[in-house]
Structure formats: C-alpha cells, structure tokens
Design a protein around this ligand. Structure first.
Ligand code: FES
Length: 112
C-alpha cells in the first residue's frame, strides 16, 4: 500500500533513486531517504507506532513536531526515538515500543 503523493503540483515528482529499505516490526518497507520515520510509515499505511503503557491502546502521530512523544519507537535497538523527528536511513530496524516503563505510578496496587 503506497499512500505517498508521487507527483506533487509544487514539489514535483518523487525521485525513484531516493528510496531506501527499512523494517518495522520485522516487515519490510520502502521510504524516502531522510524523510521522518513517521512519514515513511504513514506512506506505507502504518498508523499504529506503539501501544499505551497502561491501557494498551494504539498510539501514533499526534503533534508531529517532537513535543508529545506519542510516536516513540525503537530504532536500531535504541528505545524512545521520536518517529516524527528521526530521518529515515537505509537498513533501519524499527520496532514499536510494546510496553515501556511508565513514570505514572500504579496507585491502585498500594490501596488494595
Ligand atoms: S508525534 Fe508528537 S513527538 Fe512525534
């Protein structure tokens, strides 16, 4: 599935030689070199980047400017990289952060 605009009225046509390969959760994709990981994944139809620490609900792009950290993923083994700010490089191994430690304390366990 390619949701990318291949022929933009102002930016022109996407160049075929700018494409690089990467994986997300062990599945192979192609994206434009140096575009944000979030854009590359969205162009490939991937909207869920991780799952909420407590509720397990889907998380993806929210602010898209590096403020909210909702888009954090693991890149080449490094956790909590913001997909909206990280430029795509050839051969990147990206994984969704299934469950990261949370700063939110579980108060319910103390009051049982
Ligand atoms: S979408 Fe908010 S930090 Fe990436």
């Amino acid at each position: 599935m390619n949701r990318r605009i291949l022929d933009h009225p102002i930016l022109g046509k996407a160049k075929e030689d700018n494409y690089v390969s990467f994986t997300f959760n062990h599945q192979s994709y192609k994206g434009l070199k140096n575009e944000p990981l979030a854009a590359a994944l969205l162009a490939n139809g991937v909207r869920t980047l991780r799952y909420h620490e407590e509720s397990g609900s889907c998380r993806g792009i929210y602010c898209n400017i590096g403020h909210c950290f909702e888009c954090r993923v693991t890149v080449n083994g490094k956790q909590a990289e913001r997909a909206c700010l990280t430029p795509l490089q050839d051969g990147m191994v990206i994984e969704s952060n299934e469950k990261l430690p949370t700063p939110v304390k579980d108060w319910s366990a103390e009051h049982e």
